[in-house]
Design a protein around this ligand. Structure first.
Ligand code: AMP
Length: 189
């Protein structure tokens, strides 16, 4: 079983790379953003709770996110590995994920951080907003809030994995295929 954390700011290409990685390594995708959007669409209480935070580009409270991931993992049948996309986004979430996976005897193998400049992120997110229909991709103020939240609250997660010797930064600008190859060479190490 191989568990991978795909890390990076909004617009870094985590979703795109996840699609390729899922196919190559037969991984189960856990994107907390996708899970919240699904709850939102279905109008569940969890979706309603998350909506206010998502609308503002802020993080949903840790315990809500952790319980949702916990629930998803517990209800999944046997899997060959997970790719975590957009999670963990705080050190508390990273600690909770370690605890959860330790109880399943299947730790995180590596964390791969896609690095992209702020100017490029804003450009990509505004572009994505044209087709994604995501309100949080269409408003530059919200985009800036999300990037700032990433810098303030999520970046410390990189240090958390660095201390464990699992942090692997890579350049997230360039051809999708060559970025994919860089990621694979880290996973295959
Ligand atoms: P994403 O699709 O990953 O960009 O997430 C969209 C929004 O969902 C974020 O701006 C947050 O409001 C919320 N969200 C997604 N994942 C998390 C997480 N791990 N922790 C807290 N909030 C999250």
């Amino acid at each position: 079983m191989v568990n991978i954390v795909l890390f990076g700011p909004p617009g870094a290409g985590k979703g795109t790379q996840s699609e390729y990685l899922i196919k190559k390594y037969q991984l189960t995708h856990i994107s907390t953003g996708d899970l919240f959007r699904k709850h939102l669409k279905e109008g569940t209480p969890l979706g309603k709770l998350a909506q206010q935070y998502m609308d503002e580009g802020k993080l949903v409270p840790d315990q809500v996110v952790i319980d949702m991931v916990d629930d998803k993992i517990k209800n999944d049948g046997p899997v060959t590995g997970y790719i975590f996309d957009g999670f963990p986004r705080t050190v508390a979430q990273a600690e909770a994920l370690d605890k959860l996976l330790t109880s399943k005897n299947t730790p995180i193998k590596c964390m791969i951080a896609l690095e992209v400049s702020k100017e490029e992120l804003v450009k990509r997110l505004l572009n994505r907003g044209i087709t994604s229909g995501r309100a949080d991709d269409q408003d530059e103020t919200k985009i800036n809030t999300r990037i700032q939240v990433y810098l303030d609250e999520t970046l410390p997660v990189a240090k958390y994995y660095e201390k464990q010797g699992k942090f692997n930064p890579i350049n997230g600008i360039g051809e999708v295929n060559s970025i994919f190859n860089s990621i694979c060479s880290i996973i295959d190490k």
